[in-house]
Design a protein around this ligand. Structure first.
Ligand code: F6P
Length: 359
């Protein structure tokens, strides 16, 4: 039995722990393991496939990033091809990929990725590749699993930043707006904001009214609380509006969401007259050592992926359905993007302790 492993899409703390657990579990069954470098590029002659041994995964569980590297522009069905005039078009290279996998004797593939990579995995599965998925994203927006590894680490990174912002905001009587990642889901903002006792949390699932945000800030001001902390998800948008975009995306890349913190900081300063500063936490949320929770979850996912291969669960992904790791059809998980439920107890409790969602 020869299996391969690939990591696609944005990296997330815990990827290396999945790789390590899968490699060791497979080798201990007497299987061979290949690592496909940079998403699927290693199967398209644009990077390499490397043997993964016990030696190659030694001492990596605590490291962020991925030893296999990753890309968010490696969809084999829409693969970028640079043209002589400098433009980039895309082409379907999935047949070539299937042929190269056959040539390398790959019997099954563990595809570790978010919704984009899982969608590719499903399409390759439909073409006959034997695939098991492992859901990964700091955004926590994959359905079918209670959580994804990387999310807890991102929340803790955001939380540390909120703690630090509190002291400087209070010293200067400022309003501080901190933008966190999450694309169209507000989980990172909600969890870090509630744990970090933010005053306002803005998420895409609850469109905001800036007037209400300012009311909350001024109510605090009148009560003698001169500073306020606003945590805003990058995908948040005003009622009747749409989310902000930051910079141009390259061909094959999703729209770059972000920039909302700067926009609302300027408006809040104009409306309230209070000195307001913004910051974008950005890719810091994807870096660093995975937390203990993420390392454990990633290790469980890696081990479960190998068991799923042994059980021939093709087209399934491993998932956490507390307290168990189960498998669910990738198709089912992709049916809808998981988003914050505005009636969830975390939101209700946040409101009960006085946090405003700007609605
Ligand atoms: O999906 C993970 C994520 O970090 C999002 O939260 C964010 O919008 C996006 O990826 C950023 O992608 P990139 O690294 O391509 O800028």
């Amino acid at each position: 039995m020869r299996i391969a492993i690939s990591t696609g899409g944005g990296d997330a703390p815990g990827l290396n722990a999945v790789i390590r657990a899968a490699v060791l579990s497979a080798i201990n069954r007497g299987w061979d393991v290949l690592g496909i470098k940079r998403g699927y590029a290693g199967l398209l002659g644009e990077d390499e496939c490397i043997p993964l041994t016990k030696e190659s995964v030694r001492g990596i569980a605590h490291l962020g990033g991925t030893i296999l590297r990753s890309t968010n522009r490696g969809n084999p069905f829409h693969y970028p091809r640079p043209q002589p005039d400098g433009t980039i078009t895309t082409e379907d290279r999935s047949d070539e990929l299937m042929e190269n996998a056959r040539r390398l004797g790959i019997d099954a593939l563990i595809s570790i990725g978010g919704d984009g990579s899982l969608e590719i995995a499903k399409k390759l599965c439909d073409k006959g590749m034997r695939i098991v998925g492992v859901p990964k994203t700091i955004d926590n927006d994959v359905s079918g699993t209670v959580t994804t590894f990387g999310f807890d680490t991102a929340v803790n990174t955001a939380l540390e930043a909120i703690d630090k912002l509190h002291t400087t905001a209070e010293s200067h009587d400022r309003v501080m707006i901190m933008e966190v990642m999450g694309r169209d889901a507000g989980f990172i903002a909600l969890h870090s904001g509630v744990a970090g006792t933010a005053d306002v949390i803005l998420i895409p699932e609850i469109p905001y009214d800036l007037g209400k945000v300012c009311e909350k800030i001024m109510a605090r001001h009148r009560a003698g609380r001169q500073f306020s902390i606003v945590v805003v998800a990058e995908g948040a948008f005003p009622r009747g509006g749409r989310s902000s975009t930051m910079g141009d995306s390259l061909p094959g890349e999703a729209r770059r969401v972000g920039g909302v913190a700067d926009v609302i900081a300027r408006e809040i300063q104009t409306i309230t007259g209070k000195e307001t500063r913004s910051l974008v936490l950005g890719h810091l949320q994807r870096g660093g050592m995975p937390t203990g929770y993420d390392r454990l979850l990633a290790t469980r996912f890696g081990g479960a992926a190998v068991r799923a291969i042994a059980d021939e669960k093709w087209g399934h992904m491993v998932a956490l359905q507390t307290p168990h790791i189960v498998t669910v059809p990738i198709e089912e998980a992709l049916r809808e993007t998981k988003r914050v439920d505005p009636t969830h107890d975390v939101v209700i409790t946040a409101r009960a302790v006085g946090i405003s969602f700007g609605d």
